[in-house]
Write a protein that binds this ligand. Structure first.
Ligand code: FE2
Length: 288
């Protein structure tokens, strides 16, 4: 793992709002926490959804997500622990394991399944939905699995370990880069008392989600299982975080599209007409 010196941040963003997720069930009966949902889609444009899942009870996850469609956006699945088998109608198949990432561009449409490949043990991770710009919504579907070993990591002079899934942090590039939305997706592990800072473009909407421990951003406390939406302060050039105890969090940022968001379940388009077209195409087998 490479050692880096943090770049100096002149002014950190602050916490605008703390959000507790909503317990829900999706797929064939998977228990999860929906952290980012419809009401936050405008505020956190280009992100459409964040689900956090984590359980050592197979009843919470074993049913998985049988065949279902998507159109118009990208899904990013980050598995902290567990194994999930993915198959899609475009002929792709892959196994997502501990620390791995699957990045799928649904584009014009895929039908896929996500099924746990374990009968016990811990299943923990996140699924993030990233919107596509209007001109890319009908792009050809694409997908790639990234093993844990292939994800760039660095450690700071304060002992903070950072895994860079997308975008760039302290000079280290992630495995995925995207034009237009320019997403940044980091998994940050902080020892108790450590501080961490990274640059964030002022253009981006951003949030953290703490999944272990507690952190401070400025004077604001963000506890475990909470999302902190970061203020869009034009003069702020990044974020500074202090760990009150051993803590882990994801930091997600992206440039808003500023386009209409029309969602009907697994289809996210710009207009109602496009949603009707998606339903018609799906029902008539015109997805990849
Ligand atoms: Fe899916």
């Amino acid at each position: 793992m490479q050692a880096v010196s943090e770049k100096t941040i002149q002014q950190s963003r602050s916490i605008e709002r703390i959000v507790a997720g909503v317990e829900t069930s999706d797929g064939a009966g998977v228990t999860l926490t929906r952290v980012l949902h419809g009401k936050l889609q405008q505020r956190l444009d280009p992100f459409l959804m964040l689900d956090a899942f984590g359980s050592d009870d197979p009843n919470d996850y074993i049913a998985g997500f049988p065949d279902h469609p998507h159109r118009g956006f990208e899904t990013v699945t980050y598995m902290l622990a567990g194994r999930m088998r993915h198959r899609d109608s475009a002929g792709h198949e892959g196994l997502l394991g501990d620390g791995g990432v699957q990045w799928m561009t649904a584009g014009s449409g895929v039908v896929h399944s996500e099924i746990p490949e374990q009968e016990d043990g811990v299943m923990e991770g996140f699924q993030l939905w990233l919107n596509l710009p209007a001109q890319r919504k009908m792009a050809e579907p694409w997908y790639k699995d990234f093993t844990s070993e292939s994800i760039p990591e660095y450690v700071t002079e304060h002992g903070v370990k950072v895994r860079v899934i997308a975008g760039e942090s302290n000079g280290v590039d992630g495995v995925v880069a995207r034009e237009v939305t320019e997403p940044i997706y980091l998994d940050v592990h902080l020892p108790a008392g450590a501080h961490f800072s990274t640059e964030l473009p002022a253009t981006h909407n951003a949030f953290i989600y703490v999944y272990r421990g507690r952190v401070n951003v400025g004077d604001e406390l963000v506890e475990s299982q909470r999302m902190g939406i970061l203020s869009n302060t034009p003069s702020a050039d990044g974020i500074s975080i202090v760990a009150l105890e051993d803590a882990r969090l994801i930091l997600v940022a992206g440039k808003p599209l500023g386009e209409p968001i029309v969602q009907y379940g697994p289809f996210v388009m710009n207009t109602q007409t496009e949603i009707h077209q998606a339903l018609d195409d799906f029902r008539n087998g015109r997805f990849a």
